[in-house]
Write a protein that binds this ligand. Structure first.
Ligand code: GLP
Length: 223
């Protein structure tokens, strides 16, 4: 699998250009969104480019269980801060307690995701599909691994404040996305990215399933 290496700025710019091109001429778009430190630069570029998102619906990949939307570490809060406050999207959805059983049906009612932005966890998770997730898994509540809790504790005052569960889009809807941009930033992601893209396809590394995706672009930046 080809990995495109470039500076973080160039990677983010390229992905933002690709997304902006999709909504030229007022086209409809279903955009799959990710949180974490990785996509922040993409959102910054989009804010600068000001594409017309008036006919764009967004589906976020995941959300913590038990955090209110107003909590500064909730993914809704993150998206409001980095993207939603700047645009008027048609609709924006997150998996939550009420809708997680229907989330995949909601996505398919929109015709599936057109473009999905994806980061990768240091254990090879995508969204919150932790190691040993089923290739055909649907949107559900998952227990976070100790590795993920530790990785994400950098955003919380105390590791005890990190939620231990999350709602995550399943691998099924992610794999059905028309196009995926997978981004890994930092030397600590280099090895897992390489194993995911050029190693064995295995449930132990959920990102390795992406090798089977028909339209995947992979980006790496050492920062
Ligand atoms: C989080 C998110 C993922 C994200 C990953 C990497 O736990 N659930 O969607 O891709 O971890 O985060 P970061 O971009 O901050 O390294």
């Amino acid at each position: 699998m080809r990995i495109r290496s470039n500076t973080y700025e160039k990677v983010c710019h390229q992905i933002a250009v690709d997304i902006s091109n999709k909504v030229k001429n007022g086209n409809h778009l279903v955009l799959g969104l990710a949180t974490g430190s990785t996509p922040i630069g993409i959102y910054k570029e989009l804010v600068k480019m000001k594409p017309d998102f008036s006919k764009t619906t967004t589906f976020n990949l995941d959300e913590y269980v038990g955090l209110k939307e107003t909590h500064d570490q909730s993914y809704r809060y993150f998206m409001n801060k980095h993207l939603f406050q700047y645009f008027d999207f048609e609709q924006s959805y997150f998996p939550n307690e009420q809708n997680h059983h229907e989330y995949d049906i909601m996505i398919s009612n929109y015709g599936g995701i057109d473009v999905q932005i994806l980061g990768i966890g240091t254990n090879g998770h995508i969204a919150f599909n932790e190691p040993n997730s089923d290739r055909h898994s649907s949107t559900r509540v998952v227990d976070l691994t100790q590795n993920t809790i530790e990785d994400n504790s950098r955003f919380f005052e105390d590791i005890k404040d990190v939620p231990t569960q999350a709602y995550t889009m399943g691998l099924s809807s992610i794999m059905e996305a028309e196009e995926i941009h997978l981004v890994a930033v930092g030397k600590h992601k280099k090895d897992i990215l390489e194993r995911s893209m050029n190693g064995e396809i295995t449930p132990e590394i959920p990102a390795s399933y992406l090798q089977q995706h028909k339209k995947l672009k992979v980006y790496y930046s050492d920062r």
